[in-house]
Ligand binder design. Sequence first.
Ligand SMILES: NC(=O)c1ccc[n+]([C@@H]2O[C@H](COP(=O)([O-])OP(=O)(O)OC[C@H]3O[C@@H](n4cnc5c(N)ncnc54)[C@H](OP(=O)(O)O)[C@@H]3O)[C@@H](O)[C@H]2O)c1
Length: 272
Amino acid sequence: MASDAPRVTLITGSSRGIGRLLALKLAAKGEHVVVNYKKNVELADDVVREARAAGGGGIAVQADIEEPDDIDALFEAVRAEYGRLDAFVANAAASAFKPVTALKLHHLDRSWAMNVRSFVLGAQRALSLMGNDGGRIVAVTSYGSLRSFPTYASLGAAKSAVETYVRFMATEFGPKNVTVNAVNGGLIDTDSLEYFYQRVPGMAPMQSVIEKIPLGRPGTADDMASAVEFLLGPTAGYITGQTLTVDGGLTVVAPPFWADTSGELRAAVYGD
Ligand SMILES: NC(=O)c1ccc[n+]([C@@H]2O[C@H](COP(=O)([O-])OP(=O)(O)OC[C@H]3O[C@@H](n4cnc5c(N)ncnc54)[C@H](OP(=O)(O)O)[C@@H]3O)[C@@H](O)[C@H]2O)c1
């Protein structure tokens, strides 16, 4: 990157949620963001407007990352506008939430295309747009890559594959001074969390999970965006191939849970 030019970061799925917040954090530092979206053009345009108002810049680019031709067009738009890329954040995700026995061929194929193939194709194209100073790649994953819970097999397996690709890319891209990491989220308060707990038929109540989280609350989009921002930033230049978990401790607890204890034992932790 030319030292006086603002940094350019492409974030898939940044019209809403974690991606949007990350775009605005980077813009507030004067950086440029490529705001990718699938359907919500008005929301994406709003993010670009807010990015400019915050002192940065950017463009909105529609592309369905399930489609390889759209991925090509997305990176072509970056090349045409900026001629280079400094960071790529693979953030957008989608899958079918069903028991393994109910997963049909199209669920398996689409989940791979949307969550894994798009990351690999995107990282290849991002690398080719990064200059001699190198760059950063961050994938946003989730705790289904580490733990098993109802209906999440398809997306959890894809997130595991992404974290594995992160390690392989780190070794291959390191000599070009490109770091590759993942940020793995627990229960994060966004539209997709709402969908999972309210619209998947028979799903356990969200409160039954929240009470098991050591920090006692869902994460926020800001918790996630801050971790990604750190890995994109100047102090994280020697970190590569890693998965940083942002889950309030959700993946370190196991049954029996402190939340289910009683009497003096419970009081020792909760004070009640
Ligand atoms: N929310 C959680 O509890 C949680 C927890 C852990 C990890 N994560 C991870 O965090 C990431 C972001 O999650 P989120 O909840 O903020 O948002 P999300 O619901 O996963 O994604 C929303 C964004 O992705 C875009 N998008 C959806 N399908 C797309 C496609 N085929 N092509 C391009 N863009 C597409 C949407 O665009 P439109 O606005 O145009 O639809 C929107 O900008 C995901 O990787 C998710 O797995 C989330």
